[in-house]
Design a protein. Structure first.
Length: 131
């Protein structure tokens, strides 16, 4: 169970539906998610990515009309991490919100490093989508 949460977000000047469609497509992850930048592929119907921790499985929430792009990442050892994420409509633009969950035993330095990595990834996502 998480002991702390932090909402990290960025505004993107593109329609929310377009942002949602891009974010929830696993094959787009290497374009903006640094932890999965080595590539992602389908193996026996599962999305598998090479990461700094080894081969991980990524599973997204089913397609929905609410902008929910939660995803589970399962590490090589079987440990699974929930990554809550939303794409919100803000007028004709979008706000992407990632909720960072701090798990027991995560140091302050590691939590801050994770937050900085996510913010950097969101900035890359913005650049990719806004051109």
């Amino acid at each position: 169970m998480a002991v702390e949460t932090r909402h990290l977000s960025i505004g993107i000047q593109r329609p929310a539906g377009e942002v949602y469609a891009f974010v929830r497509e696993p094959s787009n992850l290497p374009q903006w998610a640094s932890g999965l930048s080595a590539g992602i592929r389908q193996v026996d119907g599962r999305w598998v990515a090479d990461s700094p921790m080894g081969e991980v499985e990524v599973r997204f929430a089913p397609p929905n009309d609410f902008g929910v792009v939660d995803h589970l990442v399962t590490l090589p050892g079987g440990e699974t991490f929930d990554n809550p994420m939303r794409v919100l409509a803000v007028g004709s633009a979008a706000e992407v919100v990632f909720t960072l969950l701090r798990m027991p035993g995560v140091t302050d330095a590691d939590f801050e490093r994770d937050a900085a990595t996510i913010l950097s990834d969101l900035a890359v996502l913005k650049r990719v989508l806004e051109g």
